[in-house]
Design a protein around this ligand. Structure first.
Ligand code: AMP
Length: 216
């Protein structure tokens, strides 16, 4: 199953992708995670991408396209994938369609998670993540068992650099300007499945599984 998760930063794409990965049995491919790993390792891509990410801007299409092409060409993506954070521009969306033609399988669903602007801003402000395993928490909606510590590995939780106030607001604006037009792009191709992204994460997962025709 080839699925794209679309939605503003803070809509819950990462959280949903993690539970969908188990339910659908296809790998979660997050462009943000791949870029953060490249920054961490100071690869050529990471060095080029860092300043855009720190400013809450999009990394140039050419860099992201090569990275995604390489990732979805790996054998674990042969039977499908769950794309999170990609595509984010019309050029990326068109190139993805071309890549999939050469890989022999088109997209089946583009799930658009809808969450209002004020809720997105509140979610981003309370978001914490584990620097070690990447697990996501929220101070109000999904707190860790022990305050400030990761349930899985016990590390101190951190605020991701680009979740800080100004950058977070910038990312929401960039989404509205550059990525939201993809909703129409995919609606015209009859691939769009709009899903209410509010409520408990498990409820949202249930709604997504229903629209993609899978069961829990
Ligand atoms: P995310 O974790 O998906 O919110 O991505 C974090 C940051 O990585 C974004 O704010 C962008 O700077 C960059 N990024 C992630 N995915 C893309 C993409 N598809 N195109 C351009 N930049 C991206």
């Amino acid at each position: 199953m080839r699925v794209v998760l679309l939605g503003p930063p803070g809509a819950g794409k990462g959280t949903q992708a993690k539970s969908l990965e188990k339910n659908l049995g296809v790998p979660h491919v997050s462009s943000g995670d791949l870029l953060r790993a490249a920054v961490e390792k100071s690869t050529e891509l990471g060095l080029a991408a860092k300043c855009y990410m720190d400013a809450g801007e999009l990394v140039p299409d050419a860099l992201v396209l090569d990275m995604i092409d390489a990732r979805i060409s790996q054998p674990d993506c042969d039977d499908g994938f769950l794309l999170d954070g990609f595509p984010r521009t019309e050029q990326q969306a068109s190139r993805l369609t071309e890549m999939l033609v050469s890989q022999g399988g088109p997209l089946e669903h583009v799930v658009s998670l809808t969450v209002g602007r004020s809720e997105v801003v509140e979610r981003l402000a309370g978001r914490r993540s584990c620097p070690d395993c990447g697990r996501l928490y929220h101070l109000k909606f999904e707190p860790p068992r022990v305050q400030g510590l990761c349930d899985t590995c016990g590390k101190d939780l951190v605020v991701r650099g680009d979740d800080r106030d100004d950058t977070a607001r910038q990312r929401v604006e960039v989404y509205e300007r550059q990525t939201a037009p993809l909703i129409e792009f995919y609606r015209q191709q009859a691939l769009l499945r709009e899903v209410d992204g509010t409520g408990r994460p498990a409820e949202v997962t249930g709604r997504i599984l229903t629209v993609v025709g899978a069961t829990q």
